[in-house]
Design a protein around this ligand. Structure first.
Ligand code: NAP
Length: 303
């Protein structure tokens, strides 16, 4: 039997529509729109496309975009100053530094300079720590998007064997923590895992984020497993067998009749990332509005 195809495009459109509605209500209550600032260093074409997509999505849901671009040879201090300006700007609710940054810059140190309350990528030590403690904070968009897909598909996570392939700070680690929080039994694989096929084949929920085309083959997948493919690998359209030339880390055609549900690439996890980034920006804007109203009350009490 063929797997249910998890339609990330449709689910992401629904999340974006919800955010747009909530932004409208937020503007009515607070009197000003949330703002999302993107910082792009250099002219990497793929990064420019991602930033453009985030800027457009931001406008579509009624937020204000702040598009900051620095030359490829910008110094650490120049990027840091830009981030500090955005941290201090009350019109900006969320700030993200588009990664990767040029090689001469230290991406993690720069990301760490973003105020935790504006860190809509959820990558600062404070937000990573809050997630690891199971506390509320801003959480990375892609694993948050995967949680929405799993919930929407009705996957029962409690006690389930979940395997995450990849342990990056951006995806694998926060994904594992979110699954643990939902009481799944979580195994994390990486490049030193001895028998990847064997570990994957135990998974009831298999989530793959490696960045290697079709590394997960049919015999990696337990019959009936839910398979989430985070990978985005660019091949020629002929090699990929689709118009976009984009394939995931899972051999989709070989796995689609073994899994019970699966995300396609493109159209699975990818669209969720921007949707959850927008949701994070609204969460940050609400936090700032609450804080301002509390501080306003304190000021009144002091008069
Ligand atoms: P990354 O930082 O390069 O991490 C890749 C992970 O895969 C590492 O933990 C690495 O292990 C592991 N790995 C490499 N080769 C392996 C192998 N042969 N067997 C098992 N594990 C192996 O990448 P990332 O940022 O997490 O992204 C992973 C993929 O997801 C990429 O294709 C990226 O484009 C995609 N992605 C998509 C979205 C989206 O919005 N759709 C968002 C984020 C990422 P070590 O730690 O041992 O090196």
């Amino acid at each position: 039997m063929s797997a249910t195809i998890i339609d990330g495009k449709a689910i992401a459109a629904r999340v974006r529509a919800e955010v747009a509605r909530d932004v409208e209500a937020f503007i009515r209550e607070s009197g000003r729109p949330p703002g999302l600032a993107t910082v792009l260093v250099g002219d990497d074409p793929a990064s420019a496309v991602y930033v453009g997509g985030k800027q457009r999505a931001c406008v579509e849901v009624g937020m204000v975009p702040f598009d900051r671009r620095l030359p490829a040879d910008a110094s650490f201090e120049q990027v840091a100053q830009e981030l500090e300006r955005l941290n201090d700007d009350r019109a900006v609710s969320g700030v993200l530094l588009q990664l990767p940054v040029p090689e001469h810059l230290d991406g993690p140190s720069l990301t760490g300079m973003i105020s935790p309350d504006k860190d809509v990528d959820g990558l600062t030590p404070v937000n990573a720590g809050l997630l690891s403690l199971g506390r509320r904070g801003l959480r990375p968009a892609t694993p948050s998007g995967v949680m929405v897909l799993l919930d929407d598909t009705g996957v029962a996570l409690e006690g389930a064997e979940a395997v995450v392939v990849g342990r990056s700070n951006l995806f694998g680690k926060p994904m594992a923590q979110m699954l643990l929080e939902r009481n799944a039994t979580v195994t994390v694989c990486h490049s030193r895992t001895r028998d990847l096929r064997e570990v994957c084949s135990r998974a009831e929920v298999l989530i793959v984020a490696v960045g290697r085309a079709r590394i997960v083959q049919r015999d990696f997948v337990r019959p009936g497993a839910v398979v989430i493919d985070v990978g985005m690998n660019r091949l020629t359209p002929e090699e990929a067998g689709n118009k976009s030339g984009l394939v995931g880390d899972v051999d989709y055609a070989a796995v689609v009749d073994v899994a019970s549900a699966i995300t396609p690439v493109p159209g699975g996890v990818g669209p969720m990332t921007i949707a959850l980034l927008l949701r994070n920006t609204l969460q940050a804007a609400r936090y700032h509005a609450e804080l301002e109203s509390l501080l306003g009350d304190v000021d009144k009490d002091m008069v």
